[in-house]
Design a protein around this ligand. Structure first.
Ligand code: CO
Length: 147
């Protein structure tokens, strides 16, 4: 009588899936939208990476997108300072200490990744992510929390 051995194939996928949780891909569109409104960062991650992809076609000058992270309470101050910084600074005062992490400002078809230490964040605190291009944070914003 023959005996068949079934290999536990599912266990092979466990490693890569676990690692993938320490990062996320966010898309920004020509309709001035991010494709996500909430990001949860696992407290077990040492670092967390965010890749922003501008999936539209419009140029940076008219539909620029970046991904900026701060305390939720600092968002309004950062976006106000971004307008003062102007187009030459890609609408972000990068030296602003309230900014926890940020990508470059992108035009259609471009992407950029930012990686930050999860130790910079506290569980139970509300963080905001947003685009600092003038006017965009009204629509392009979401929450980030540590779980
Ligand atoms: Co934008």
């Amino acid at each position: 009588m023959r005996k068949w051995i079934v290999l536990p194939l599912l266990s092979l996928a466990a490693g890569p899936l676990w690692a993938a949780e320490c990062g996320v891909v966010v898309e920004g569109s020509d309709a001035m939208q991010f494709n996500t409104k909430a990001i949860e960062v696992p407290a077990t991650c040492k670092n967390f990476s965010v890749t922003l992809k501008h999936v539209g076609k419009l140029p940076k000058a008219s539909m620029g997108h970046n991904w900026v992270l701060s305390l939720a309470t600092d968002e309004a101050g950062i976006t106000a300072a971004a307008i003062k910084a102007g187009a030459a600074a890609d609408y972000l005062d990068a030296a602003d200490p309230r900014i926890i992490a940020h990508t470059k400002l992108l035009g259609g078809g471009e992407s950029d990744t930012v990686k930050f230490a999860v130790s910079k964040l506290k569980a139970g605190t509300d963080y905001a992510f947003f685009c600092s291009f003038p006017g965009h944070a009204a629509l392009m914003k979401g929450t980030l929390t540590v779980k």
